[in-house]
Design a protein around this ligand. Sequence first.
Ligand code: BEZ
Length: 212
Amino acid sequence: MALRLGDTVPNFTQASSQGEINFYEWAGDSWVVLFSHPKDYTPVCTTELGVVARLKPEFDKRNVKVIALSVDDVESHLGWIKDIEETQNVSLDYPILADADRKVANLYDMIHPNSLSDLTVRTVFIIDPNKKLRLTLTYPASTGRNFDELLRVIDSLQLTDKYSVATPANWKDGEDCVILPSIQDPKELEEKFPKGYKVIKPYLRLTPQPNK
Ligand code: BEZ
């Protein structure tokens, strides 16, 4: 069955470009972005892996580890990584799972045969330190993903966990946030939102971004 938000993601052990990985051990107490792409030595994938390599410091800042996956073997990954580094002008220092036996792809439902026969489509899983699935998205092979958007979602999820706020449509870092509807007690509101808040409707209350 497909994984749903809030599910505990399954553990696995699989080969990667950085040696064998036991997923839970590798993830430790970090957040994780696990993302699949269809195949090594393909153009859109090459740009995606380059962009993620360039954004790695941004993921690090947020305590997020990134790990890619495709259904090719380690040798293929190692050759392709050289190409990515050369053409995208980056150093690629995160692992690519070598899922040639499709163990992880099947476990995480990354193969959508009516779209792309037996290759992985472009799925993303954002997993929190408790190994709970917090976001999933699926893109077609022909569309490269927007990894800035993933950073935006991670910022939003981390704000929710730490400060009891949600983020409105098209929210950007630094803009007002929405107070979670579950917070109603006036004393709790005062304690949690010392910068104050604006009541537009009883269910729509805006507060300045708490960590700014
Ligand atoms: C690509 O990464 O460019 C790609 C891979 C599979 C199908 C279409 C495009």
